[in-house]
Write a new protein. Structure first.
Length: 272
């Protein structure tokens, strides 16, 4: 944007902030910003406007990173893209009003408005891009966190660990199960590991293949694997699919699996 336009907007920053702030206040009650104090709300608006005005000078592209940081904080505070885009559009209208109320000649004002629209559109596209990328990163991190929690290895007795599985098993999760099993049995010095599939809704050929692979990998490091949670419908499915699970013991319940694991490690479960 041309320097005289930037200078004019900065010169009238106070009026621009006031007009824009009033328009934002009308939206505030319908969005997450209603939880902010009046002071925080004003400071948030002021910071964003200052960043936008500074970034209007195309020679200062380094400010893009500051806007990106602002967008990241905005997302972390629960801000929505809908409210952010509305805020920018309201800023556009406030700037247009400022120009129309000025003493610029008609031709000069028209050029001003054209450049103003280009500036807002450019910033809008960049902010939406930053918001989308930041949100995708957030989702990806959440997915990774959920994956890490989806295949826990729990030591229950000396030499005995349990891995309860809940939900569907795809290739990515199967890889995580394999990694957690191998790392866990070595770290816990497990002699027996029980894979509990009680919470797995469907056991098809692919799921069974992944479980067999994990069991074989555990066996190669010297640990016995027991598959527990074999419900009648799963047993029927396994038989119908012709899946061979004879290489390692299977039990219908976790309790029965624990009893077998205790026997394999020279222990027994007794009632007190």
């Amino acid at each position: 944007m041309q320097s005289y336009i930037v200078s004019y907007l900065k010169k009238n920053r106070g009026k621009l902030l006031d007009d824009w702030g009033k328009k934002l206040a009308e939206l505030r009650s319908e969005n997450y910003l209603q939880s902010l104090t009046d002071k925080s709300f004003h400071e948030t608006n002021q910071e964003f406007l200052d960043l936008m005005l500074e970034a209007a000078d195309e020679r200062r592209d380094k400010l893009d990173s500051k806007i990106n940081d602002y967008v990241l904080r905005y997302i972390q505070n629960g801000g929505t893209l809908h409210f952010l885009s509305q805020s920018i559009q309201l800023l556009r209208k406030a700037c247009q009003t400022l120009v129309l109320e000025s003493e610029f000649e008609k031709k000069e004002a028209l050029e001003f408005l054209i450049e103003l629209d280009e500036w807002i559109d450019k910033r809008m596209n960049r902010i939406v891009k930053d918001y989308s990328e930041a949100w995708e990163k957030t989702i990806e991190l959440q997915k990774l966190s959920l994956l890490e929690l989806s295949a826990p290895l729990i030591p229950v007795f000396e030499g005995i660990t349990v891995m309860p599985l809940i939900g569907s098993i795809d290739t990515a999760r199967a890889r995580l199960i394999m990694e957690n099993l191998l790392e866990g049995v070595i770290e816990n010095r497990s002699k027996v590991v029980l894979i509990d599939i009680t919470g797995v809704p469907v056991v098809d050929t692919m799921v069974a293949h992944h479980i067999i692979e994990a069991s074989e990998a555990v066996r190669l490091v010297g640990t016995k694997c027991i598959l527990v949670g074999i419900r009648p419908e799963i047993a029927q499915t396994i038989v119908n699919l012709g899946i061979d699970l004879t290489k390692f013991p299977t039990k219908s319940t976790l309790r029965k699996g624990v009893v077998t694991a205790l026997e394999l490690t020279g222990k027994q479960l007794t009632d007190m």
